[in-house]
Design a binder for this molecule. Structure first.
Ligand SMILES: Cc1cc2nc3c(=O)[nH]c(=O)nc-3n(C[C@H](O)[C@H](O)[C@H](O)COP(=O)(O)OP(=O)(O)OC[C@H]3O[C@@H](n4cnc5c(N)ncnc54)[C@H](O)[C@@H]3O)c2cc1C
Length: 455
C-alpha cells in the first residue's frame, strides 16, 4: 500500500530541513526526502589537519528569526560571533582599503571621489523617479551615483555575496529596498532612513555568526530532531495529482523505487529540479523556473604558517573589483574571525573564484585553482611561502541569480500554483540567498501549509 503523509518536503538543504522541522513541531506528519546521502545542501563543514573548513557559506547574519530558531533547537550556546567591528577591505590600486561601514565614514572615504560625494548630496536633497522598467544594479548605481561606486564597492559586494554580475542582476529583485526607497521618497538615502525609522522590533546589528564546530552543526541538530522523518539518498523523480486533491510522489532510494501520497507538497529544490517535477502537472512551470541562472563558484581554502604572512589579517577579509584583472572575487580570513579554524601558528584563508562574471574559472582543475589563488593573494597579503594545506570545493550551481525578469518569472509561477492548491515552493531563489532569508521563507511556507491542512 502507498504510504500517506500530511506533508512531503522535497530537498534537504536548510530550506527543506527548517520547513520540515516547523511542520513536525506543529504536530503534523511531515516527511523530508533528500536526494544526496547527506542533508544540508550547500552547507558543509569539514575538519582536516587541524583546520575547520566551510565548503559553502562561511558565516551568516544573526537575524532575529535565526536566533529564535537556534533557541528553539537549544543550540544558542554553541554560537560564536565574529568581532563586531572587524574591518572589511576592498582592493584598490593594489592595496587593501577599509570599506566604510557608517554613513559619515562612507561620505569621507578615500574610496569615492568628489563627483560620487556630490551625487550622494544630490540624492539626499533632490528628487528622482525610478524608471518604469526594471533596471540592472549597475545601471541604477551609474544613474544615481557613479561608475566609480559601482566598480569599487557595489560590484565587489554583489560578486562577493551573490556571485552575481551587476550588469544583469535586477535591482528590484536583488535590492528591493533601494527601488522602494527611490519610489516612495524620491531619494535612496531619505527612503532608507524613513524605512529604518518605521521598522519595529529589536534593532539587529550586523552580527556575523557561526557555530563553534562549523555551520553544519545546525544541519546535524535539525537532522537529529527529524530522525526517521528525514530520508537521505532518496530522490523524488515524479509528481502526479490524485483525484482527491492529494499528490503522489515517485521516489528512488537505495536502488529501489516507490511512491508516497501526500496532502501537502513542499518543493525545496533548486529551480531546474522544481520546474521539472512540476512540469508533470503543467509544462509551463519548467519554462518559467528551469531557465533561472545559477552561478558556479569554486571555494578555495588555503592554510598558511602565520609567520609566512606579512599582513596582520586584522579583519573580515577583502573583496576584489573586477577592474583589478584578478580572478579571485574575495577572500575571507576565517581564522581571524572565529577561533579553532586553524591549528596554532596557522591561518585559514578562504577565497572564491568564478561567479556569473567568470563562470569558466570555477571549472579549472583543483591544482590550477589552488595555485591561481595563492599567486593572486600572495602579493596582497605579503605571503612568503606556499600553503601548508589546501582544499577546493566546486559548486557548479552555487547561487541563483536574481537577474532581469526574475520577479516576473516568480510571479507567473505563483499564479500557476493557484491552480494546484497544496503545493508550495521554498528555497534560496525566492526571498534572497542568505541563510537567514531561506529560513524565514521556509518558516512562512510551513505556516501556510499548516494552516491549509488545519482548514
Ligand atoms: C559557496 C557558497 C557560499 C555562501 N555563502 C553564504 C554566506 O556566507 N552566508 C549566507 O547566509 N549564505 C551563504 N550562501 C547561501 C546559502 O548557503 C544558500 O542559499 C542556502 O544554504 C541554500 O539552501 P536551500 O535549502 O535553499 O538549497 P540547497 O542547499 O541547494 O538544497 C537543495 C537540496 O535539494 C536536494 N535535491 C535536489 N533534487 C532533489 C530531488 N529530486 N529529490 C530530493 N532532493 C533533491 C539537493 O540535494 C539539495 O540538498 C552561500 C552559498 C554558497 C554555495
Amino acid at each position: 500500500m502507498t504510504p500517506r503523509v500530511q506533508a512531503l518536503v522535497v530537498g534537504g538543504g536548510i530550506s527543506g530541513l527548517v520547513c520540515t522541522y516547523a511542520l513536525c513541531k506543529a504536530g503534523l506528519d511531515a516527511q523530508l526526502f533528500e536526494a544526496s546521502p547527506r542533508p544540508g545542501g550547500v552547507i558543509q563543514s569539514i575538519a582536516h589537519d587541524g583546520f575547520l573548513l566551510e565548503l559553502g557559506p562561511q558565516s551568516f547574519s544573526g537575524t532575529a528569526p535565526l536566533r529564535a530558531l537556534f533557541q528553539g533547537l537549544g543550540m544558542s550556546d554553541q554560537l560564536i560571533q565574529a568581532p563586531e567591528h572587524a574591518p572589511r577591505y576592498v582592493l584598490v590600486d593594489g592595496a587593501l582599503r577599509p570599506v566604510p561601514l557608517s554613513p559619515p565614514a562612507f561620505f569621507t572615504s578615500l574610496l569615492i571621489d568628489a563627483s560620487t560625494r556630490w551625487a550622494l548630496v544630490r540624492d539626499l536633497v533632490g528628487k528622482s523617479v525610478p524608471p518604469e522598467a526594471d533596471e540592472s544594479v549597475a545601471a541604477f548605481v551609474r544613474r544615481k551615483f557613479s561608475a566609480q561606486l559601482l566598480d569599487r564597492l557595489v560590484g565587489p559586494f554583489v560578486s562577493g555575496v551573490y556571485a552575481g554580475d551587476p550588469e544583469r542582476l535586477s535591482l528590484r529583485s536583488t535590492f528591493p529596498s533601494l527601488h522602494e526607497a527611490e519610489k516612495s521618497a524620491g531619494s535612496i538615502i531619505r527612503g532608507l532612513l524613513r524605512a529604518a525609522k518605521m521598522k519595529t522590533g529589536p534593532r539587529e546589528g550586523p552580527t556575523l555568526l557561526t557555530f563553534r564546530d562549523g555551520n553544519e552543526t545546525l544541519i546535524r541538530a535539525l537532522s537529529n530532531i527529524l530522525g526517521p522523518s528525514l530520508h537521505t539518498g532518496a530522490s523524488i523523480t515524479g509528481i502526479s495529482a490524485q483525484n482527491d486533491g492529494s499528490f503522489s510522489a515517485q521516489f528512488e532510494a537505495h536502488g529501489a523505487s516507490g511512491s508516497i501520497s501526500t496532502k501537502s507538497l513542499i518543493l525545496a529544490t533548486p529551480t531546474d529540479i522544481t520546474g521539472k517535477l512540476l512540469s508533470q502537472l503543467d509544462s509551463s512551470f519548467e519554462s518559467l523556473l528551469a531557465p533561472i541562472e545559477y552561478a558556479p563558484l569554486a571555494v578555495v581554502s588555503l592554510g598558511y604558517g602565520i609567520n609566512d604572512i606579512g599582513h596582520s589579517l586584522d579583519g573580515f577579509g577583502f573583496l576584489v573589483p573586477r577592474s583589478s584583472g584578478l580572478r579571485v572575487l574575495g577572500t575571507v580570513w576565517n581564522s581571524s574571525l572565529f577561533p579553532s579554524r586553524a591549528p596554532k601558528g596557522h591561518a585559514l584563508l578562504t577565497s572564491f573564484v568564478g561567479g556569473a562574471t567568470d563562470p569558466s574559472a570555477a571549472s579549472l582543475p583543483a591544482e590550477a585553482l589552488t595555485s591561481l589563488v595563492h599567486r593572486e593573494i600572495s602579493p596582497i597579503l605579503a605571503i612568503a611561502a606556499e600553503p601548508v594545506f589546501s582544499n577546493v570545493a566546486v559548486w557548479p550551481r552555487a547561487l541563483p541569480q536574481y537577474n532581469f525578469g526574475h520577479s516576473d518569472r516568480l510571479a507567473a509561477a505563483a499564479k500557476l500554483l493557484l491552480n494546484h492548491p497544496g503545493i508550495w515552493l521554498a528555497g534560496n531563489y525566492l526571498r534572497g540567498p542568505a541563510i537567514g532569508s531561506c529560513v524565514e521563507q521556509a518558516l512562512a511556507v510551513a505556516d501556510e501549509a499548516r494552516e491549509a491542512l488545519e482548514k
